[in-house]
Design a protein around this ligand. Structure first.
Ligand code: NAD
Ligand code: UGA
Length: 455
């Protein structure tokens, strides 16, 4: 039985979307395991809907930051949602072992599922959470899996939980870092995999959402998540293959992508050619899906090619610099962008970091810059610069690895003047204006676009 209770809703200031005073809604008691990108957004958005949420993490630093009123990660809008949730009494943070707390009606699992060296999903964190829930001795509650887990995982968990009267629903998350709250608020779909009684209860938590709810089996819900990420990764690798052909025939991939994307059957999203996808999800989820397919006897040839193309992309800038500068020994090179994409501090599987290491291995000295992600790198091997100008002064080449607005909108005329010959500007995200860089005396090289260069 659900232990939802009715309670008047609270009005908060700052224009947040807390419902209006006087209305009555069902208020659930929820525990969210994992205070990362997904867990924080899940917890704060559910608290904003009026639910009573406990956010639990085993990382003391994360809980300490939260209790001090700060988000442990950078995500636009999260700090004010955290403050609102705490002020309304809807949100609290707990470190580590939850033995002493009531886990409530629902337990969202939002812990990490990295890949092993062999490419399988490492499920230790999710297993630990399910074991914790079982050990709590609670019954009648529902476990909701937000973490990305391979098809088959949930059925196993559901079978363990059912004899204890605990329901299980797969509810994969599709948010993107940097726009996570907007993505939660305007999700293209909410997928619920599980038996109808459990899924009905979970659907109630999304009552205030106008997103399409897709009801299905646990395994199908799990595969929807992998298929979505694999398809988006495929679009990126596809356009990167087209970029390679553009280089051969002197065409411009930005224009090709724009015109191709105008076909509504194709769509313009995820057709930006560049040094490839990074982050905590596309790389690991494509590998895990490929592993899962092989493990079950199917060779997913297309996905393997997507992964291979992606790892090739991040080698392109170093190859281009070698072609133009020769031996890189003694050259100072700047890498701009250590986060895997703009508006996040996440550096997991970031192309910029791989490129910095390749340059170091090739004998260059490397100066790195990132508006947020530099602290995570923490490697004395390359100098970490506080400004773009500091990073670029005296460099013979610069690689733009992440299209942060701070980088794209910098004064490139001044920056190029601070470089030394041959002033190669490698635009790994096709985000700069090549003609103006050439005008400033630079040699502009991009991915799948004709170079603007006289050297
Ligand atoms: P994250 O690494 O940012 O956070 C995971 C958190 O879980 C960490 O703070 C860690 O300390 C905590 N944790 C580990 N074991 C725990 C335990 N036993 N109890 C409580 N907390 C524990 O992870 P993330 O990026 O938020 O991703 C979480 C899951 O969501 C992954 O499966 C990921 O694939 C999926 N996902 C991520 C995104 C994204 O944009 N990051 C989007 C969609 C889905
Ligand atoms: C991605 C998906 O977009 C989310 O739907 C999903 O929930 C999430 O993974 C996940 O499962 O964790 P995210 O990794 O935050 O979200 O970032 P994206 O905006 O998708 O970008 C991923 C990478 O692809 C970045 O490195 C980006 O630079 C690269 N990319 C993206 C391109 O190279 N070209 C493009 O056209 C688009």
């Amino acid at each position: 039985m659900s232990r939802f209770v009715s309670s008047p809703l609270l009005v908060l200031g700052h224009g947040h979307q807390y419902p209006q005073t006087g209305e009555i809604m069902l208020r659930a008691s929820i525990t969210v395991f994992g205070a990362g990108y997904v867990g924080l957004v899940t917890a704060t958005c559910l608290a904003r809907s009026g639910h009573s949420v406990t956010l639990l993490d085993t990382n003391g630093l994360r809980i300490e930051a939260l209790n001090a009123g700060h988000s442990p990660i950078h995500e636009p809008g999260i700090e004010s949602l955290l403050a609102d949730g705490v002020r309304a009494g809807n949100l609290r943070f707990v470190l580590g072992s939850p033995e002493a707390i009531d886990l409530g009606d629902f337990q969202f699992v939002a812990v990490g599922t990295p890949v092993t060296h062999g490419g399988a999903a490492d499920l230790r964190q999710v297993r630990a959470v399910v074991d914790t829930i079982l050990a709590s001795g609670q019954t009648g509650n529902t476990v909701i899996m937000k973490s990305t887990v391979p098809p088959g995982t949930g059925a196993h968990f559901a079978a363990k939980l059912a004899p204890r009267g605990i329901g299980y629903v797969s509810n994969p998350e599709f948010l993107r870092e940097g726009t996570a709250i907007a993505d939660w608020d305007d999700a293209d779909r909410i997928v619920l995999g599980g038996d109808s009684a459990a899924a009905d209860k979970v659907a109630g938590l999304y009552d205030d959402s106008s997103s399409t709810i897709v009801r299905t089996s646990i395994a199908t819900a799990e595969l929807v998540k992998y298929a979505s990420n694999a398809f988006l990764a495929t679009k990126i690798s596809f356009i990167n293959e087209i970029a390679a052909v553009c280089d051969l025939v002197n065409a411009d991939v930005v224009e090709v992508a724009r015109a191709v994307g105008l076909d509504r059957r194709i769509g313009k999203a995820f057709l930006n050619a560049g040094i490839g996808y990074g982050g905590s999800c596309f790389p690991k989820d494509t590998q895990a899906l490929s592993f899962l397919s092989s493990f079950n006897g199917y060779d997913f040839t297309l996905l393997k090619a997507v992964i291979e193309v992606n790892s090739r992309q991040r080698m392109l800038p170093v190859k281009a610099l070698r072609d133009r500068l020769g031996d890189l020994t003694g050259h100072r090179v700047a890498v701009l962008g250590m986060a895997f994409k703009p508006d996040t501090d996440d550096t997991r599987e970031s192309p910029g970091i791989d490129i910095a290491y390749m340059l170091l291995a090739a004998g260059a000295s490397v100066a790195g810059y990132d508006p947020l992600g530099l602290a995570q790198v923490n490697d004395p091997q390359f100098s970490q610069c506080a400004t773009i100008s500091e990073a670029m002064a005296g460099t013979s080449a610069v690689i733009v690895a992440t299209e942060w607005p701070q980088i794209v909108n910098a004064d490139w005329h001044v920056l190029v003047s601070s470089m030394v010959e041959p002033r190669v500007v490698y635009d790994g995200r096709n985000a700069l204006d090549g003609a103006s860089i050439r005008k400033a005396g630079g040699c502009y090289v991009a991915v799948g676009r004709p170079a603007e260069c006289s050297v």
